[in-house]
Design a protein around this ligand. Sequence first.
Ligand code: AMP
Ligand code: ZN
Length: 469
Amino acid sequence: MKIFNTLSKRKEEFVPLEPGKVRMYVCGPTVYNYIHIGNARPMIVFDTVRRYFEYKGYEVNYVSNFTDVDDKIIKKAMEEGVDSEVISERYIEECKKDMAGMNVRPATTHPKATQEIPGMLEMIQTLIDKGHAYVAKDGTVYFQVSSFREYGKLSHKNLDEMMSGFREIKVTGEDNKENPSDFVLWKPKKEGEPSWSSPWCEGRPGWHIECSVMSKRYLGEQIDIHAGGEDLIFPHHENEIAQSEAANGKPFANYWMHNAFLNIDNRKMSKSLGNFFTVREISEKYDLQVLRFFMLSAHYRSPLNFSAELMEAAKSGLERILTAVDRLKDASETARDRELNARELAAADEAKALVAKYEAAMDDDFNTADAIAALFELVKLSNSTLTGTDAKKFVADMRETIEKLCDVLGITTERKTESLEDAVEALIAERQAARKARNFARADEIRSQLSDMGIILEDTREGVKWKRA
Ligand code: AMP
Ligand code: ZN
């Protein structure tokens, strides 16, 4: 298997630290709101990487954190007048629901930053003891970038150039740094913020230290793969390398994988630009499997532009696969136990070749776009062979093969039969969205559709209520 390693900027053969095992760490979201579909891209991509390793027989220890202490969480908590824990716990739960909808399996461990403070204090102390960090007069602890000669090796930046570049940048509240490129490991608390006591000051951790600490605690000092979106290469992952390698005296991760951005109108989808859709919003219109299928239709290192057309294309592509499986299910009911004839044997051979094609694409740095193309060829082969075939073995093998390849992509071929409740809730949400967009014709249409289903709507002060007629 070949993986593109950001560290070497090349595809490299994957050699695990321990035969048959993969230790991987994926930087997770900051939980202060619903996740947007840009955040969903690394979740879907690296869940697929995990599934493919498992398909190849590896045992994967997959760790992904929730950043639950951060300026944005604190700000939101202050706005709502609650503790930051209330905010982070709420959005961790919502994030888990979205993940389940997208068939993103829970990680082996989902550590939370606030639960890992002792490990952070220990690593920061080690960095101070080894001369890689210093305490400023206000109690802030900084990592001294010039003490780590390899700084810049992931982002391929030159340390000297960076040092001069940084001189221009001033970060407010960080005036006591020896050098502008130094970054915070621990900082003093401000009024109303969550804080912990430490040898340096009552305060809270900087952002980067949590991942170095959690990765070490749950996976060991050296790991196989560290992953995240490409915006994390610098400074986050560069800083993680500096912290972990300076503290542990060992190389940190052997392979660094980064997904490209999910864009909208060719700009990165982000909370700060306001150009985002939450996963929850998408779920009102589509089965989230469609979103997953859309994401995997591009190679993870290619930028992907979100559009209604591409989502519709993903929806019909997925439908083609599900329909092929439906046909196989139907056929199995009338199929007979008999030897395969020449035509079926030839088709079975062709299916094997397509599985090999699929695997070759996935072995080549997880090229899901080409893997999906092979899957479509398999679906076409299944459909064309099925006409005039009633051999039980052919039908069963074909179904098993398609389902297995779908499972690697995190696509289930079981149709979800919607309950009446779910259908009604979905329509109500769509009607609300239509009203918000001042599309009253569509809103009225939905009201009459619901009335045909025997559902009566009441617009109340608390929102829309419904009952059976
Ligand atoms: P954040 O909560 O901003 O730390 O982001 C969580 C994860 O989502 C990180 O791996 C980010 O790199 C990734 N991410 C954020 N926005 C996008 C985007 N538009 N496209 C792809 N990945 C993104
Ligand atoms: Zn991280």
